[in-house]
Design a protein around this ligand. Structure first.
Ligand SMILES: NC(=O)c1ccc[n+]([C@@H]2O[C@H](COP(=O)([O-])OP(=O)(O)OC[C@H]3O[C@@H](n4cnc5c(N)ncnc54)[C@H](OP(=O)(O)O)[C@@H]3O)[C@@H](O)[C@H]2O)c1
Length: 281
């Protein structure tokens, strides 16, 4: 597996395995176990996905050593605040059956209940994460769904730059201005919904490249993301697709093809707007 090195020197496998919408229980455990058998070593979990315990179970069943794996999990919106973050982190460790995580992310910057004062809970969570990082309970810390103004706030408050920003990123919606800002600040971008949840599979350019390289549409999307220097985390509950998504390191798009995908017309976001996210508590 090829790796990126993030700003604190920690190595992260370029491709990860997403776990959102993997049904809690045997479905989630089986999919994560299959991913580990196929060769994935980077699992993207979150407390909001309600299946961290299945991720932990799959890791145990895999027989792999903990230090062979890169496990990410995320702080959910209701847990913003200093003490809440410490408690939520400890709960994630319990469910994942591990004593550290490789990457801990704040899932969204602005939960609904803090709309009039989003900065205080968000900032306190970031301070708690810095403390956990300095105590070596987390190897790297970052955020999701942040635009430059969210990141600027955390940096101004603490002087500590998030190491990763996980954002929606796929052909037709890749948030260039956020990416450019993060690259300038040495923040690694992770691509969520890297397959746009299949919404881009009808695009003629992607079909043409799929034919040219004899690769699936999903593989073309993932290859483009890796060549753009971001870390995609595709989700699948289907073994053949989990395998297919893993096999993207033995071909390359040309620089011109990468640019052509860059220029595909905007297809809109699949997820929420970070500045306008109202989530029922
Ligand atoms: N930080 C955040 O706010 C945030 C938000 C959203 C997602 N995420 C993370 O990003 C991960 C991926 O995003 P996502 O789950 O939204 O979308 P995605 O990975 O773009 O797409 C998943 C969908 O595509 C299908 N699929 C997977 N591989 C395929 C293939 N090779 N060919 C055809 N269809 C395929 C899956 O179906 P089957 O499962 O039926 O195979 C599923 O319906 C999540 O699981 C989660 O870990 C993070």
């Amino acid at each position: 597996m090829e790796m990126y090195t993030i700003m604190n020197g920690v190595a992260i496998p370029k491709l990860g395995f997403g776990t959102w919408q993997l049904e809690k229980g045997s479905v989630a455990t089986k999919a994560v176990r299959q991913a580990l058998e196929i060769g994935y070593r980077h699992i993207d979990a979150a407390s909001a996905y309600n299946n961290e315990e299945n991720v932990g179970q799959a890791v145990l069943e895999s027989g792999l050593s903990r230090n062979e794996l890169f496990i990410t999990t995320k702080l959910w919106n209701r847990d913003h605040g200093f003490e809440q973050t410490i408690r939520a982190f400890e709960q994630s460790l319990l469910l994942l059956q591990t004593d550290y995580v490789d990457l801990y992310l704040i899932h969204w910057p602005i939960p609904m209940e803090r709309r009039t004062d989003w900065k205080s809970g968000f900032g306190q969570s970031w301070e708690a994460m810095i403390q956990l990082y300095e105590a070596k309970k987390i190897r790297a810390i970052g955020v999701c769904n942040c635009r430059p103004h969210h990141l600027e706030y955390l940096i101004a408050r603490t002087g500590f730059v998030p190491m990763v920003n996980q954002i929606e990123f796929h052909p037709g919606f890749w948030q260039k201005y956020v990416v450019d800002w993060c690259v300038e600040h040495s923040i690694l971008i992770q691509a969520w919904s890297p397959l746009a949840q299949q919404r881009v599979f009808e695009l003629p350019l992607l079909k043409e490249l799929s034919g040219k390289y004899n690769r699936s549409l999903a593989q073309i999307c993932l290859r483009w993301e890796i060549q753009k220097g971001v870390s995609p985390i595709p989700k699948s509950a289907t073994e053949s697709r989990i395998r297919e998504n893993f096999n993207v390191f033995d071909f390359s798009l040309t620089p011109d093809e990468v640019k052509q995908i860059d220029r595909l017309p905007e297809c809109g976001a699949t997820g929420y707007d970070p500045d306008d996210f109202i989530y029922p508590s």
